[in-house]
Write a protein that binds this ligand. Structure first.
Ligand code: SF4
Ligand code: SF4
Ligand code: SF4
Length: 244
């Protein structure tokens, strides 16, 4: 079962938000009070109660208005910098599920201070972690590892009827993504590309400048330097790690 990934084909996304609702239903997350802030995107951002958010961006291309839809979520990084940052404070706050590769935030995130949360959030190249300040819990997409371990698709993938969200063995998802890029390039979409595929388990495909979809569509900041910032604290807690 190990080594799962998403393939998220934004060219097939209609922004129906079925995935967003399915995520809330499966995870028993409440709706959020929103207001008109000038966009069809709703709510305005991810939160500890919204793990999946279909981002809407408007751009003008060739004199025509164009929508860019981006069903944002945790990328389940292969080598997650948020885990390094959390481990520096509380062991076991962030785990990697060996069965799927999912990066899981546990109840131990409640033991992390507000300052520690800021470091964890800053360590994430995709601006994903959110904190419930009233409970201290840090939350994000779980990859529905409880469903996946029982042979089910993640709830968001199950709800997506357009083929935008796909999930399965990593090698199969990578192959499907690369094949789709070639198809799109053959149709004239010269900018078709998959994003950060070597380092994440949520592989997004876009056909335009990634930043026109979302400023954090691709990793922001130097991931290696984020890791270097987290590691000295980790060594402080585990001096034995320095040996050798
Ligand atoms: S369910 Fe599929 S088509 Fe609908 S918003 Fe989500 S990713 Fe897009
Ligand atoms: S996307 Fe961010 S929150 Fe998700 S695993 Fe990577 S570093 Fe952690
Ligand atoms: S995998 Fe599960 S937790 Fe993650 S966004 Fe999809 S439905 Fe939500």
């Amino acid at each position: 079962m190990a080594d799962k990934s998403f393939f998220i084909d934004t060219t097939r996304c209609t922004a129906c938000r079925g995935c967003q609702i399915a995520c809330k239903q499966w995870n028993s997350l409440p709706a959020e009070k929103t207001n008109n802030w000038g966009s069809f995107q709703n709510p305005a951002d991810l939160s500890h109660n919204t793990y999946k958010l279909v981002r809407f961006s408007e751009m003008v291309s060739g004199g025509r208005l164009k929508w860019c839809f981006f069903p944002d979520q945790c990328r389940h990084c292969l080598d997650p910098p948020c885990k390094d940052a959390a481990e520096a404070y509380v062991e076991g706050a962030v785990l990697v599920d060996p069965a799927t590769g999912a990066v899981i935030y546990t109840d131990k995130t409640r033991e992390l201070s507000g300052e520690a949360f800021k470091e964890i959030k800053a360590a994430c190249p995709y601006d994903i972690p959110r904190r419930d300040d009233s409970k201290g819990l840090i939350a994000k997409c779980t990859m529905c590892f409880d469903r996946v371990q029982n042979g089910l698709l993640p709830a968001c993938v199950k709800a997506c009827c357009t083929g935008a969200l796909n999930f399965g063995d990593r090698s199969a998802m990578l192959s499907a993504a690369k094949k789709r890029v070639e198809e799109l390039k053959a149709k004239g979409y010269a900018k078709a590309q998959i994003l950060d595929a070597d380092s994440v388990r949520a592989i997004f495909l876009v056909i335009d400048d990634p930043k026109s979809y979302h400023p954090f569509a691709i990793a922001q900041g130097e991931v290696a330097s984020r890791r270097r910032l987290a590691l000295p604290r980790l060594f402080d807690r585990n001096p034995g790690m320095i040996a050798g």
